[in-house]
Design a protein around this ligand. Structure first.
Ligand code: UDP
Ligand code: MG
Length: 313
């Protein structure tokens, strides 16, 4: 029998927490009864610096429910860092940890399947979504586009897998060796290796409250994912440079030949348009280079990724 931890990052989730605790407790209890998990198994709620009553609720559940543990981060560090804080704590206390969202979007009825696969010898079990019907058309297309771009850039990433996954102690130990500040777990976990498998599930609507991933955060998350795992954008901009230079040589030859044939190329439009076009391309390229420099800047500083203020166990 193994000690199983559910790691649940929570940011302003007071509206969903009571239901989440209820459903997860039922799951954990039945896993204990079936002999999949032992009595030391816990749900570890990580409060990511919430501004609402999330932490008070976690404290209250901790006092009433033997299965509830809590971790309070000193300030809001974002989903990935909150998850990491929870996983690093679970690494010390459990045999395996399953990360899932607080809003019950990840189908909790498949939780025993994760543990079953772990007991069959897998170190990483990825939760993969069957279909994306509950998402808006916009979220679905942007997400699909993102996975395709990542695959094109050569990043090894599991399609339609978010952060619903099981990791064994040994996989968590390996994860702790990745010290990057710009954390993108979906990209790092496949790099770890070890034996892995999949569990398929249907993703539900958010139980209550609102998504903490508005469009702006989604774009920056996707950009982070791309620039943390691939330098292909830098190669693409060099190729754009070569392409533009070749076009300008052709233009130059055309202008010279025309001049010697007696009809000098004239025109304000051509000059102004090409200056603006090239100016635009240059700024775009500088922006891409800037993204990488920004990454280096934050990695070099190596600031702590999270700070634990309180730990209820
Ligand atoms: N979350 C977090 N810190 C944040 C934002 C979100 O810990 O700064 C948690 C949130 O409470 C939830 C999970 O990350 O448990 C996923 O967030 P959400 O459900 O809002 O994202 P979506 O499912 O809409 O992509
Ligand atoms: Mg959600």
């Amino acid at each position: 029998m193994s000690t199983v931890y559910f790691v649940i990052p929570c940011y302003n989730e007071e509206a969903v927490l009571p239901e989440t605790v209820k459903e997860l407790t039922a799951q954990l209890q039945s896993m204990v009864q079936e002999g999949l998990a032992d009595e030391k198994s816990r749900m570890l709620f990580v409060d990511d610096g919430s501004k609402d009553r999330t932490w008070e609720l976690i404290e209250q559940f901790h006092s009433e429910n033997q299965f509830v543990n809590g971790l309070k981060l000193a300030h809001n560090r974002g989903h990935q860092n909150a998850l990491l804080a929870g996983l690093m704590t679970a690494k010390e206390e459990a045999d395996c940890a399953i990360s899932l969202d607080a809003d019950l979007q990840d189908d909790v009825s498949v939780l025993p399947q994760f543990v079953q696969k772990f007991q069959d010898g897998c170190d990483v079990v990825y939760g993969v979504r069957n279909k994306r019907e509950t998402d808006t058309w916009f979220k679905r297309t942007t997400a699909e586009g993102f996975y395709k771009v990542m695959a094109k850039l050569g990043v090894d990433i599991v399609f339609n897998h978010a952060d619903y996954r099981l990791m064994s102690k040994c996989a968590l130990d390996a994860l702790s060796e990745y010290k990057e500040v710009n954390l993108f777990l979906r990209g790092i976990v496949p790099l770890i290796g070890y034996r892995s498998d999949y569990v398929y599930y249907d993703r539900h609507e958010r139980f209550a409250g609102e998504s903490k991933y508005p469009l702006k955060k989604m774009i920056s998350f996707a950009m982070d994912g791309i620039t943390s795992f691939s330098v292909k954008p830098l190669k693409i901009i060099s190729n754009i440079g070569i392409f533009v230079a070749m076009i300008s040589i052709i233009g130059l030859l055309y202008a010279l030949i025309s001049h010697f044939l007696g009809n000098t190329v004239s025109g304000w439009t051509a000059i102004v348009c090409s200056i603006w076009l090239l100016g635009g391309i240059q700024m775009l390229c500088l922006g891409v280079v800037g993204e990488y420099i920004g990454k280096i800047y934050s990695e070099v500083k190596g600031r702590p990724r999270f700070r634990i203020e309180k730990h209820l166990k």
